[in-house]
Every structure is written in structure tokens, then in C-alpha cells.
Design a protein around this ligand. Structure first.
Ligand SMILES: Nc1nc2c(ncn2[C@@H]2O[C@H](COP(=O)(O)OP(=O)(O)O)[C@@H](O)[C@H]2O)c(=O)[nH]1
Ligand SMILES: [Mg+2]
Length: 388
């Protein structure tokens, strides 16, 4: 910033001069009047501010002040927006992100009111358990249905409340009634059994197949073989082959149904054959049809386990189940990656909505130890965040 002084006897003329030289928006700071000279005529000193060619310290400071003003203005707007969307944010939190029933039907209604309306037949601990389940991404309808299983009618309050003071007990009881569990693998020696693992790419089919293989070979002392029809994923065969070598079990890589039939016939003397499949996109109908042809050749003695990652969104997982079940009868759901899942509501939502029993849960990448048989208590622990 630079100050320029004009002097003369006519103030209007001085202003005109300044404007001519520095533009019509020139900033007038002040003027002074003095009397002097022979005839005592008025003399004016006009001070104007002109922009300097380079920005000085004061210019920058002035700009800063302006930015602060803008910042304050923006902050105000942000606060106003926050206030407006607050009920919506609460509704999403209570409805559980990712749940397909997560948004309340009328979003203009404050979340608490809507929650109270949806669950008005419950009170006390029952209501608290419903809230907790929804927070863990359990579908609100399923949360309601499960909690009701462990409720009694409180005549005083005219509402349902838990008939135990322990959330875990209430949840285990409800899970026992509503979800089927396949239980530990109890395979007979000599009773030729085939188990196939299907599901999208990367969910953990190969890794977990070998966890099961280890259990069968090392603990149950069964004679087993592994067949891989996962010939399309880069490195898949090598990965499976090296696991098989470690466990010292026969491994076969197969690409068409005729070979699968023949191989299965040849392996008839074994106790168990585990089949690892290609994990394609579940949208790939044509390929799934082809796989059905391959798996279909042994359907009488074959169990098909659908492997699903707990990371999936509820709606996505349900879609996967529906696509796969149009091609194969699914015997059980095998959950993986619980260790990477903060809100494991899918554990309850999927088996209940799909009406399919659950088998195992994979708890990490380590082979063979990171796997557990799912049972009601374990499932309740994962939901309540009490697992160790
Ligand atoms: N964190 C975590 N990673 C897993 C789990 N199960 C498998 N994985 C990893 O997921 C990746 C894909 O597994 P893979 O068995 O090749 O999947 P596939 O394509 O279905 O056969 C590998 O890096 C596995 O180590 C699990 O329970 N937790
Ligand atoms: Mg694989």
C-alpha cells in the first residue's frame, strides 16, 4: 500500500486528478485544509491510497482479515447445514449403515421419535438390546424379531421387556430359536463325502478350505484329497498345490466336468474330497452355469458351502446368496473376515433372511488356526463384541 498526497486550492479538482491517474475506485483516505498565502486562500492536501506494484505486509494482512471473514461466514453456513442434517445422521446411525432397512420411512421425523414409534411395544432392557443390535448393523426388523423371542410381557408397563437381565443370554436364546447351525464337521471314515466351497473372488475360499483340510487330516486322521477347479485366478493353482504339499494330501487341478467325474470315481476310497472353485463375479451367469454342470455331477454326496465375507454389505450379501442359489442348492453359509468387521450384523441378517444354516467363521489369515465352528454363543459374542 502506498499513500499519495495531492495539493491545490480546489478539492474537487484534486479528486478528479487522483481518479484520472489511479482509476475511479481510488481510495481517498483524508484531506487537510490550511489557510495561507498572500490572499489567505484555502489550500487542500488530499491523501489517497494507491495499490503498490508488489503486495506489502499490510496488504497481506488486509487480505488475511478478509479471509477470516469468509471463514467465519462459511463456518456459520456449515453449522446451519449440520443442524439441518442432524436428525438424518442420527436416523442413519440408529438404522445401521449398510442395512437395507436403515433409513426410517419418513426421514423428516426426528430419529428418536421414529425409533420410539417403531419399537413402541418394547421397554427397558429390550429396547436397549434392540438399539445395540441396530448399532451393529442388524436389520431393525430382525433385531425386533430376535429380541421379542427373549421377552415377556410387562403388565405394569403394558410392553415387552427381556426376561433376563443379561443381553448375551437373551441373544443366545433368540439365536438358538431362529438360526440353524451345522455344527462341527463329524465325518465318518470310509463314508465318501465331498464338500465344495463356492463364492465370490477373494472371500477366502482357498485359505479356509485348507484350514478345514488341516482339521480333517491332523485331528480327525481322515484320508482326504483336494480338487481345484479354480483355474482362472492367477496363482490359484500354485497356492492350493503348495498347501496340499504341506499337508501331504493329493491335489488335482481340473477344468471340465468329465474329468471331475472320473477323478471323483477314482478317489472313491477316500473319506473326504474338498473342492475349491473359481471365485468369479456372481454376475457371471454363464460361468456359474458351467460350474453347476461340474458340481452337479456329484450332488447326492456333495455339500456346497457358500463362503461370504462379513465385510459385505447386507444387501450385497443377500444378492450373492440369491444368485448362487439359483444355480446350486446351498447347504450352509461359511463366514470369513470377522476380524476385519466392526459391525457384524450380517451374521444374523443373512442366515435369517436366506434361511440357510451357518457352518464356520474365519477369524484371520493364519492357516490352520484362524477358524471356529459357529454356534449360538459364539455368534452372540461376535455381535456383542465380547469375543476373544
Ligand atoms: N483378515 C482376514 N483375511 C482373510 C480371511 N480369510 C481369508 N483371508 C485372506 O483373504 C485373501 C483371499 O483369500 P483366498 O483364500 O485366496 O480367497 P478366494 O479367492 O476366495 O479363494 C487372502 O489374502 C487370505 O489370506 C479372514 O478370515 N480374515
Ligand atoms: Mg481361491
Amino acid at each position: 500500500m502506498e499513500i499519495v498526497k495531492y495539493e491545490g486550492h480546489n478539492l474537487d479538482e484534486l479528486i478528479l486528478r487522483a481518479k484520472k491517474e489511479y482509476g475511479k475506485d481510488v481510495k481517498i483516505i483524508s484531506y487537510e485544509v490550511s489557510k495561507g498565502g498572500l490572499f489567505g486562500r484555502k489550500k487542500y492536501s488530499l491523501f489517497i491510497q494507491v495499490p503498490s506494484p508488489e503486495e506489502g505486509f499490510f496488504d497481506l494482512l488486509a487480505k488475511e482479515e478478509k479471509n477470516e471473514e469468509i471463514d467465519r461466514f462459511l463456518e456459520k453456513i456449515e453449522k446451519m447445514i449440520d443442524k439441518k442434517i442432524e436428525p438424518l445422521k442420527k436416523a442413519i446411525e440408529q438404522g445401521g449403515c449398510g442395512s437395507d432397512l436403515s433409513l426410517p420411512s419418513h426421514t423428516s421425523m426426528p430419529a428418536e421419535l421414529d425409533f420410539a414409534e417403531q419399537f413402541k411395544e418394547f421397554t427397558g432392557d429390550a429396547l436397549d438390546l434392540i438399539k445395540l443390535l441396530i448399532k451393529k448393523d442388524v436389520d431393525p426388523k430382525i433385531a425386533k424379531m430376535l429380541v421379542k423371542e427373549s421377552c415377556g410381557f410387562d403388565i405394569d408397563a403394558n410392553k415387552f421387556d427381556l426376561n433376563t437381565s443379561f443381553f448375551k443370554e437373551a441373544l443366545v436364546n433368540a439365536i438358538e430359536k431362529k438360526i440353524k447351525f451345522k455344527g462341527p464337521l463329524r465325518l465318518q471314515k470310509g463314508a465318501f463325502k465331498v464338500i465344495s466351497f463356492v463364492g465370490p473372488t477373494g472371500v477366502g475360499k482357498t485359505t479356509n478350505l485348507f484350514k478345514i483340510a488341516s482339521e480333517l487330516v491332523i485331528n480327525q486322521k481322515l484320508k482326504i484329497a483336494v480338487i481345484s477347479i479354480d483355474t482362472f485366478k492367477v496363482g490359484a493353482i500354485q497356492q492350493a498345490r503348495s498347501f496340499s504339499n504341506i499337508l501331504n494330501i493329493p491335489f488335482y487341478a481340473i477344468t471340465d466336468s468329465k474329468n471331475l467325474k472320473k477323478t471323483l470315481q477314482n478317489l472313491n476310497g477316500l473319506d473326504v474330497v474338498l473342492i475349491d472353485t473359481v471365485g468369479r463375479s456372481h454376475y457371471d451367469y454363464w460361468r456359474l452355469g458351467e460350474m453347476k454342470e461340474i458340481l452337479g455331477s456329484g450332488s447326492d454326496f456333495m455339500d456346497i458351502s457358500l463362503v461370504i465375507s462379513c465385510n459385505y454389505k447386507n444387501s450385497e450379501a443377500m444378492e450373492i446368496v440369491n444368485r448362487y442359489r439359483t444355480f446350486f442348492p446351498i447347504n450352509d453359509i461359511f463366514f470369513t473376515k470377522i476380524d476385519e468387521t466392526y459391525k457384524p450384523g450380517i451374521l444374523l441378517n443373512l442366515p435369517i433372511k436366506a434361511d440357510i444354516p451357518v457352518s464356520f467363521i474365519s477369524t484371520g489369515q493364519k492357516v490352520p488356526e484362524d477358524i471356529r465352528v459357529l454356534n449360538p454363543e459364539r455368534m452372540a459374542n461376535y455381535i456383542l463384541g465380547e469375543h476373544s
